[in-house]
Design a protein around this ligand. Sequence first.
Ligand SMILES: Cc1cc2nc3c(=O)[nH]c(=O)nc-3n(C[C@H](O)[C@H](O)[C@H](O)COP(=O)(O)O)c2cc1C
Length: 181
Amino acid sequence: MKLIGVSGSLVGSKTSKAVYEVLFAAKAYDPGLETELVDLKDYDVEFVRGTPLSYYNSDTWNVVNKILSADFLVFGTPIYQASISGALKNLLDHMPTDAFKSKVTGMITTGGSEKHYLVTEYHLKPILTFLKGVVPVGNVFVHNDHFNEDNEVIDSDVSRRIKKLAKEMILLQRSITDFNL
Ligand SMILES: Cc1cc2nc3c(=O)[nH]c(=O)nc-3n(C[C@H](O)[C@H](O)[C@H](O)COP(=O)(O)O)c2cc1C
C-alpha cells in the first residue's frame, strides 16, 4: 500500500514536518508501507482554470497524478485566516469528484492559535468527504508552540496523537481494501 502525505504550506516547514511525522509513524507501524511526502512548496501547481489536466504544466500534472495514484493519503495544512491554505484548496480543486473513493484521507493542521483547532473539521473534512474520502475519527492539530526551533514536534501528547492517527488510517485502509468497500 502507498501512503502519500501532502503538505499545503508554501511558506514555512512546520506543516511538512508534521505530515512527515505521520508518514514516519505509519511506516513504524507497518514497515511494508510505501510512503511519499508531496510538499507543495517543491512544485509549481497552477491555479485551476477549468481546462483538462493536459493543459497545465508538468508539475500540476505530476502532483495531481501522484495523489490519484495513492492508496490513501494524509493532508496537512497551515491554518490561514481561520481556514485551510489557498495552495491546498487549489490542489483539491484539481481533483475529480470521486478522487478519494475507497481511500482514507487523514488530516493534520498547524496553527498559531488554539482557537482554530476545529478548522479541519469544518473546512477540510467537508471537502475530503465531498471527494468521497473516508476521514478518520482522529485528526491532529499542532500549535506552533509544540515545535522546537528546528521545527521538530516536542509535545508528547501531539506525538501520541500522530501515532494514533497513523494507526487508525492504516487499519481503516486495510479494512476498506480487504472488504472491497
Ligand atoms: C497568511 C497567514 C495567515 C495565518 N492565519 C492563521 C490563523 O487564522 N489561525 C492560526 O491559528 N494561525 C494562522 N497563521 C499561522 C500559521 O498557521 C502557522 O504559523 C503555521 O504553523 C505555519 O505553517 P508552516 O510553517 O508550514 O508554513 C497564519 C499564517 C499566515 C502566514
